[in-house]
Each structure stands twice: as structure tokens, then as C-alpha cells.
Design a protein around this ligand. Structure first.
Ligand SMILES: Cc1cc2nc3c(=O)[nH]c(=O)nc-3n(C[C@H](O)[C@H](O)[C@H](O)COP(=O)(O)O)c2cc1C
Length: 329
């Protein structure tokens, strides 16, 4: 979606703008998981030179650089991944016949995540974030509605989490101690993306604690939202999640509609680090602006204004088509 030079420039601008950590967009760990044209790939050694270039440009700017590791599963694009789409179970997803992964294929994919992480370490990044959110493959395994397997990867919550837990176990034993391992999760459903029932999510926290992850990153689309599940009405979704980690050293991060200094302060006061997506596209120097109480950019934008911010045409079209921002015309 963003060409290679632009990726270096856009992420570099964020590094210059006061962000402490830069997390890349979802990078595929295996070609069977490619989910959009031009997706950043860390799936093979021929990607190493480009990866090194991005890592070293971020290192020079003194920012923590993290690559997000991703496999689309049933949301991969058939035409972009050899004509076959794989998922936890056989199903029809949006008109596409999905093939169930065999146990051997699942184990190979676990290794692909670890290999990709090792490649990121070799390239000079500071860490990886495993994409367990937004209804992609890891999330699909945990999702009790999508995962209909009856073997060791399906059925009980523990079995449905096995794919993720095996990846973490393998990473913890095979990567250097000082290489960061984070995990992105999205509780509940959002739009067409399946999430994880909150009840399951709180139990998942208990399974995750043994790995002493560097951070867990909640993608909430709105950090202030309340759970949709009727039995959880006492506090906000984020407050339930943060409480489930009480006493743990794992850092917690949340993203979702954080725009202003007040939003950021409120989130910080609850014990969460702050991640911003759209605000960083509008203002790559968002942290500096927040710090200095400067005026923030606000949609609607014209294409010209977004180009002035360093964004390319393909990315602007993507933002427009996905309605991430209001456009002036
Ligand atoms: C253009 C764009 C691309 C995104 N790409 C990713 C991605 O690759 N991986 C991911 O986990 N989230 C991705 N997101 C979601 C954001 O990380 C974030 O969770 C979401 O936009 C809500 O936060 P915000 O309100 O601060 O934007 C993307 C969002 C936008 C707007």
C-alpha cells in the first residue's frame, strides 16, 4: 500500500515527531497469508536488504522499532496467495471456499512466525508484535465461532489458543532475551472483524502471563467503549482488560480514537501506554504537538493537503476508499 521509499519516509517522520516506538503495518510471515497488494513482507531472506534499510533508518532516529507479524488466514486474498485460502476450519467466507489447515501446516506456520521474528532481529529491529487481532489467522483460531476444529487446535479455549501459545513458546526459547516480543489483541467484534469474547479474553490473559511478554497491545477502536457482552457492565472494556493484568510486569498499550492531549492523559492515568494510528497520519509529530499544546490537524483533508504531509497517491486512495478520514472533495 505504501511503496518502500515512502514507508521509510512516513515512519521516519513519525520518529522525528516524538514517537518513542514505531510499529510497522502488518507484515506477512508467509505467502499464504498475503492480505492486500503490496503488503510488507518479512517472509523470506530476500526481504532482508529492504528490512535492514528500514531498521537502520529508524535506529539512526533513536526510536524503538517493532515489526508487526501477520497472517491473514481466511481474510487473505485468494488471487494474491496462489489461489488457495487457508483457515482454522473449512468454511465459505465471503464467497471464498476456505481450506482447513492440517496439523503439519499449522506447525509450519508457527515456525514461520518465529523465522520471521528471527529475520527482524537479524535486520536490526528492536522487536516484533504478533498480530493476534482484527480477525486475522491467530484471532480466527481463538474465535469460538470460526474455529470448528475437533483436534488439539479446536474445541476448548486452551486448544483454540494453542496456535498463539506455541508461537510464543517457540519465540521465547529461540529469540534473544533483549529482543522485544509484543502481542496485539482485539476483544469483541468490530465491523466485519471477529474479535474474542471478553469472557475468553480474561482467561487468555491468565494463559499469557507465563510468557512475560514485553507488552500486550489492545486494539479497541475506541478506548472508552463499554463491553457489548451483557454480563460485563461495571466498567469500560479497557478497564476490565487492564485489571486482568494486575500485578504483572507486562506493559499494556491501547489504541482507539485517541486524538487529543486530554484523551492521552486519561488513557495514561488508567495505566496504559498510548498508541495512535490515524492521529499519526494527520500529524506525524503528534507527540511533539501534544507536548507543546500546538493545534492538531483535523479532517476533512484534501488530497493536496495529505500529499503535503508526505503521503503517496496509493495510500491516500486507500484512506479515501476505506473511509478512514473525511475528504474535502
Ligand atoms: C491506514 C491504516 C492502516 C492500519 N493498518 C494496521 C495494521 O497494519 N495493523 C494493525 O494492527 N492495525 C492497523 N490499523 C489500525 C490501527 O492500528 C488502530 O488500531 C486503529 O486505527 C484505531 O486507532 P486510531 O483511532 O488511533 O486510528 C490501521 C489503521 C489505519 C487508519
Amino acid at each position: 500500500m505504501i511503496n518502500k521509499d515512502l514507508k521509510v519516509a512516513v515512519l521516519g517522520a513519525c520518529a522525528d515527531g516524538g514517537f518513542g516506538t514505531i510499529i510497522s503495518c502488518a507484515a506477512m510471515v508467509d505467502k499464504t497469508g498475503r492480505s492486500w497488494p503490496g503488503q510488507f513482507s518479512v517472509a523470506s531472506d530476500d526481504m532482508l536488504s529492504g528490512m535492514k534499510r528500514l531498521a537502520s533508518s529508524l535506529k539512526k532516529k533513536n526510536v524503538i522499532s517493532v515489526v508487526q507479524l501477520h497472517h491473514g488466514g481466511i481474510r487473505a486474498v485468494k488471487e494474491l496467495c496462489g489461489g488457495v485460502v487457508y483457515g482454522p476450519s473449512e468454511m465459505n467466507f465471503e464467497g471464498i471456499n476456505v481450506q482447513a489447515l492440517s496439523v503439519e501446516q499449522i506447525s509450519t506456520l508457527e515456525d514461520s512466525f518465529v523465522e520471521a521474528a528471527r529475520r527482524c532481529e537479524k535486520a536490526g529491529f528492536d522487536g516484533v508484535e504478533i498480530h493476534g487481532a482484527h480477525g486475522y489467522l491467530i484471532n480466527q483460531f481463538i474465535d469460538r465461532d470460526i474455529n470448528q476444529r475437533s483436534d488439539m487446535y479446536g474445541g476448548s479455549l486452551e486448544n483454540r489458543c494453542r496456535f498463539l501459545l506455541n508461537i510464543l513458546r517457540k519465540m521465547k526459547t529461540q529469540l534473544s532475551d533483549d529482543f522485544l516480543i509484543g502481542l496485539r489483541l482485539s476483544p469483541e467484534n468490530y465491523g466485519n472483524m471477529s474479535g474474542i469474547y471478553l469472557e475468553d479474553h480474561l482467561l487468555l490473559t491468565d494463559m499469557l502471563k507465563q510468557f512475560e511478554l514485553d507488552y500486550v497491545h489492545y486494539s479497541l477502536f475506541n478506548v472508552k467503549k463499554y463491553p457489548v457482552e451483557k454480563e460485563f457492565k461495571e466498567q469500560s472494556l479497557l478497564e476490565y482488560l487492564l485489571a486482568s493484568w494486575k500485578g504483572s510486569k507486562t506493559l499494556l498499550v491501547a489504541a482507539g480514537n485517541v486524538k487529543s492531549k486530554k484523551d492521552a492523559q486519561e488513557l495514561e492515568s488508567k495505566g496504559s501506554l498510548i498508541c495512535v494510528g490515524k492521529a499519526a497520519i494527520c500529524d506525524p509529530d503528534w507527540p511533539n504537538k501534544i507536548e507543546q499544546d500546538l493545534e492538531l490537524s483535523e479532517a476533512p483533508f484534501s488530497e493536496y493537503e495529505l500529499k503535503q504531509k508526505g503521503l503517496g497517491k496509493a495510500f491516500i486512495d486507500y484512506l479515501r476508499n476505506r473511509r478512514f478520514f473525511e475528504f474535502k472533495y
